[in-house]
Design a protein around this ligand. Structure first.
Ligand code: ADP
Length: 258
């Protein structure tokens, strides 16, 4: 707390009281700490692929380039790391755009069936390859919701991508919608590895991962869920997760009227 005290004077200048002002600066401190932590995280996340690219590049220049097979292998790794860097930068830019208070959503009536089916199409081949059953359970009638088609598609892409990523072969990923008078609830339920109870409260934080090494191997940036949360919240909805040994269910609500 920061405290401001000023005397309250009477007509003759005598002190008749004190005015105190208490200001809560803990919130500001917390924000500052979060910002510092974020910058440290970003730097670390950018450094990791860069260090790897740099290492392979130097080995190539030191002579490995003479052996075409080794050279090709190194170039492939460098290619993958470069893509990871690009993904990370895209995610960071998107997050900062979403956090910018000046961004106002251009809300249009969005057909959720379209958003969901479009996303399912994108992942069909990958799910099949992994032996995962990817399917939808949608109501016959689905009202349009006020929102941004592209951003809502991105939420679906991130959730379905994770569900497939963290579900072993022969599992299933179910995408569905529940409806009531005021809002829709979209869910993505998987039969995957689940998330430990103690990690659940932090899962939507930027760069939070249950298993850093595994997430990195899978090409994750640790920003996907933070982006989802932002997008859902700028739509006036809420996102949540339930998880147990049988799998995870991510769901978000969207108001039917703006
Ligand atoms: P990442 O890019 O690492 O996937 P996300 O923000 O999308 O980052 O997810 C954060 C972390 O949450 C992941 O690293 C993973 O540990 C966990 N996670 C997300 N979705 C699932 C899921 N469907 N099943 C199990 N774990 C998940």
């Amino acid at each position: 707390f920061r405290v401001h005290v000023s005397p309250l004077k009477g007509i003759n200048g005598e002190i008749i009281g004190v005015v105190g002002l208490l200001r809560d600066i803990t919130e500001r401190r917390k924000l500052e700490r979060m910002r510092t932590e974020f910058v440290a995280n970003v730097s670390h996340e950018l450094r990791t692929p860069l260090t790897s690219i740099n290492g392979f590049l130097e080995t190539l220049l030191d002579g490995a380039i003479e052996d075409p097979k080794t050279a090709r292998h190194f170039l492939e790794i460098m290619n993958a790391e470069t893509k990871r860097l690009a993904n990370l930068i895209d995610d960071l830019l998107q997050l900062s755009r979403l956090e910018d208070r000046k961004t106002v959503l251009n809300k249009q009536p969005v057909d959720l069936r379209d958003v969901i089916n479009g996303t399912i199409q994108m992942f069909k081949a990958r799910a099949e390859e992994k032996g995962i059953k990817l399917f939808t359970v949608l109501p016959d009638k689905l009202p349009q919701v006020p929102g941004d088609h592209g951003l809502l598609t991105q939420v679906m892409v991130n959730l379905i991508d994770n569900a497939i990523k963290y579900t072993p072969a022969s599992g299933q990923v179910k995408v569905g919608v529940n409806l009531n008078r005021e809002k829709v609830r979209v869910y993505v339920a998987d039969t995957g590895i689940g998330i430990p109870q103690e990690d659940l409260p932090r899962i939507f934080e930027r760069f939070y991962r249950v298993d850093k090494a595994r997430s990195r191997v899978m090409g994750g940036t640790g920003l996907g869920l933070a982006i989802c949360k932002h997008i859902v919240e700028v739509h006036g909805g809420q996102i949540e997760v339930e998880s147990g040994p049988g799998g995870s269910t991510f769901s978000f609500t969207l108001p039917l009227t703006s």
